[in-house]
Unconditional design. Structure first.
Length: 169
């Protein structure tokens, strides 16, 4: 089975599901003061000029179950003042699994959700109750959302990028 995905469009689609980040600031700041867009790229192997193998990152192609995908969420301040307490949240589409320890976002704390974005926590804080009514620690494949909480205010005109990797289910 292959997954088809789009290239850079401001909203990226994976099997018809929108992959767009959401941004939140303090309660006093309007949500439209931060512009958020997403991009989906595929990491695959390709032949190198010397006959060896090389990694290739592409957009707008077909991904197989052997490929890893990179979700990049870009955010830019559209405000005329510094934004404080910025949080950027991205869903993990249902047809992919988050790759453990792959999220990055300079100057941010990274949190995860296993309940469709209702609550967030560090990996060691996330629990799920199984069909046997026994709680267990969630693993990376259970994550439904990734959230980046910026450690410092976002300056006027500032831009940032947060990323995570996933693999097709």
């Amino acid at each position: 089975m292959a997954l088809r995905f789009g290239g850079r469009t401001g909203g990226v689609f994976l099997l018809g599901l929108a992959v767009a980040g959401a941004a939140q600031t303090t309660a006093n700041a309007p949500r439209d003061e931060l512009i958020v867009s997403s991009e989906l790229e595929r990491i695959g192997a390709s032949a190198a000029a010397d006959g060896g193998a090389a990694l290739e990152v592409t957009t707008g192609t077909v991904a197989s179950h052997a490929d890893q995908l990179i979700y990049s969420v870009k955010f830019t301040t559209a405000s005329e003042h510094v934004l404080d307490a910025v949080r950027v949240t991205s869903p993990v589409p249902a047809d992919v699994k988050y790759v453990a320890d792959s999220a990055s976002g300079p100057g941010s704390r990274i949190l995860f959700s296993v309940d469709n974005g209702r609550t967030f926590g560090r990996p060691d804080e996330l629990k799920l109750v199984g069909t046997d009514a026994v709680a267990r620690v969630a693993d990376a494949a259970d994550y439904t959302h990734v959230r980046w909480v910026l450690d410092a205010p976002l300056d006027v005109g500032a831009t940032g990028i947060a990323r995570f990797r996933a693999v097709p289910r």
